[in-house]
Design a protein around this ligand. Structure first.
Ligand SMILES: C=C(O[C@@H]1C=C(C(=O)O)C=C[C@H]1O)C(=O)O
Length: 391
């Protein structure tokens, strides 16, 4: 069954996820998919107050029970979120293992400029280690970017399909952002492995990831790397800082918080990660998924510990503004349900430019060359979707 319905009213229908994915074009709306289902939005019924979760929930309730807001939260909680109520919303099953066949698109021709140069990123990590040694900082996530300038306009459609083909089980997204140049759509798209927070009825789930190792094409070596990650004291420490922060910030706003004592392994096509699924019960109907996501964000998976010192270090050390990278993308509805995914393994496409980013958690046991290599593997998700070799 397929239904296209005004977001503010009719119940949401269940469509074919691949057909819905194929219907997405830049500037037409947004796409989200994950293990719980797929969501395709079209048009903009109304914009929403940037970042005020109370006001967003009030607006949605005024529009009706099925009203949904979609968009992106920036890394910096003080910067403006981009949230809209779409004109139409269609829901579908998860892409899951569904094969997204079809033309992948030809590789993008152009140049990729690292920001900063690889050696300068290693120097950034060394600077973070020096700050940690001086005291007052336990973990900080430092990112680098690649600015791709193509020979012509970059088509985000084959990129989204290629991301879906390579990892249909990821949290896949293509979010329409306000254009910086009239007539040129601006899209944040990616295939993230990390759920910041979801709320469905009373069930609240967060799935912080931190601690990473590159996969290997040799199955035996691949398994060994996963096991080594699970046993690594450095990565367990880096991970534990994130889980403790998520638990501490959720505790005051939920009931029955369940935090597993030890992490497990999850994998993407390119990386192993340490993962912990935190569960809880939401009892307050005025605490929406957006409220809960904002209570957690930015977690130490993308910022650091203590948060304020890490945020200052990021602002002082990184040579760019992260914008929506390491923010969150997703949706929240009038019932308070919603899903917010970390904006990772992503890039922003606009005209002939694509900016991609990747970061790594730095703790005192980190080594600059290893963190540079880790960010290189993380950049591959988008580079592969672009058909580019550079890292
Ligand atoms: C910052 C990124 O990833 C985050 C950092 C991780 C780490 O440091 O091990 C792992 C997963 C993410 O929480 C990124 O992909 O850019």
């Amino acid at each position: 069954m397929t239904s296209t319905s005004p977001a503010a009213r009719a119940p949401l229908g269940v469509a074919d996820p691949v057909r819905l994915l194929r219907s997405w074009t830049p500037g037409s709306g947004s796409w989200f998919s994950g293990p719980a289902g797929s969501l395709r939005t079209r048009g903009v019924l109304t914009g929403l107050p940037p970042g005020d979760a109370d006001a967003v929930l009030r607006c949605l309730r005024d529009l009706g029970d099925d009203a949904v807001a979609v968009g992106a939260l920036p890394f910096d909680p003080a910067a403006d979120a981009h949230l809209v109520v779409p004109e139409h919303v269609e829901r579908a099953d998860p892409l899951g293992a569904v094969l997204v066949a079809g033309p992948g698109g030809s590789p993008v021709a152009g140049t990729a400029r690292p920001i900063p140069a690889p050696a300068a990123y290693e120097a950034m990590v060394a600077e973070a280690l020096a700050r940690m040694a001086a005291g007052g900082l336990d973990k900080v996530v430092l990112a680098r970017a690649l600015e791709v300038v193509a020979d012509g306009p970059v088509d985000a459609v084959p990129m989204l399909r290629e991301l879906a083909r390579r990892d249909p089980r990821s949290y896949l997204f293509a979010v329409d952002l306000p254009p910086e140049r009239a007539g040129t759509p601006r899209t944040l798209l990616g295939a993230s492995p990390e759920l910041l927070l979801s709320r469905r009825g009373a069930t609240v789930t967060a799935n912080p990831l931190a601690g990473s190792a590159a996969r290997s094409s040799d199955p035996e070596e691949d398994r060994r790397r996963g096991e080594a990650l699970l046993a690594s004291a450095k990565d367990r420490h880096e991970h534990a800082l994130v889980v403790a922060d998520v638990a501490e910030r959720l505790r005051p706003v939920v009931d029955d918080l369940e935090v597993p004592a030890a992490p497990s392994l999850v994998r993407t096509p390119t990386l192993w990660h340490l993962s912990t699924t935190v569960r809880a019960r939401a009892t307050d109907r005025d605490t929406s998924a957006l409220h809960l996501a904002q209570a957690l964000h930015p977690t130490p998976a993308v910022c650091g510990v203590p948060r304020a010192a890490a945020h200052t270090a990021i602002t002082e050390i990184e040579p760019f503004d992260r914008g929506f990278y390491t923010g969150a993308v997703g949706w929240t509805d009038a019932r308070g349900d919603g899903e917010w995914v970390m904006a990772l393994r992503c890039g922003e496409v606009q005209g002939d430019r694509v900016r991609l980013w990747a970061g790594a958690g730095i703790v005192p046991a980190s080594r600059p060359a290893d963190e540079l290599a880790e960010t290189g593997v993380k950049l591959r998700t988008l580079l592969d979707a672009l058909g580019l070799d550079e890292a």
